[in-house]
Design a binder for this molecule. Sequence first.
Ligand SMILES: [Ca+2]
Ligand SMILES: [Ca+2]
Length: 263
Amino acid sequence: MSQDMRVWLRAGVCRFVGMAAAVALVFGTTAYAAEKASKKADKKADTTQQTDKPADKPADKAAPSGDLAAIALTLPDASFSSTPLAYVRANLETPGYKPREPFLAPKDVTDISKGKPVTSSAAPTTGKLEMVTDGDKQYADKAIVTLPAGTQWVQIDLGAANEIYAIVLWHYHAAQRVYFDTVVQVSDDPEFKKDVKTVYNNDDDNSSGLGVGKNNEYVETYEGKLIDTKGEKGRYVRCCSKGNTSDDFNHYIEVEVFGKPVK
Ligand SMILES: [Ca+2]
Ligand SMILES: [Ca+2]
């Protein structure tokens, strides 16, 4: 082999090694970046899973997600009625067998209905209207406000227009019952003649005359019915019903409204 050829070969080997090193470096860096991104994504997925996990402890319920936080909802005791409900209907919601997930709303959202004045379509036959917003959600007989038969309502005056994120409604929940024509509306008009926003309506045959409802009927439980009202604005909240699977009367234990003042 001539001197020239040896020099040329050595240079070629050096070029090859250099290129191989460069390729390895690029691939190595890319692989590292990909691994880092994947780890980041895993971490993110973990956080999401933790947020979605059903909360066992009150501490879990306060876990914030961005500017959202779980509303401070307290629940009454559950009753364990042994009498099954003999009621079948196409729009009856399948009962949930695990506790409801914490409900997230903007973190400055609070209970804005406690102690607020309540009016109704007819005078109560048992209980006092102020019991609808007194914070007592237990199913004891002394906690029940009864309105007569027919379509009746209770109405809460929040005192000013609010952005409403959740309305939680407890009818009588000591036994398995479905209350008919549950319609929940929000308005700035105390007469509910204008600017009425219906946030829940399960009157699918319009027997209460407030419009055909698309929501489901549901069995009462200690958790109450939580209606996601998505920041709907209004000063007054009206909850209507028309009897239930046990009798013709309308029972209200508590209505709790979560929101914040309109800015
Ligand atoms: Ca009450
Ligand atoms: Ca109906």
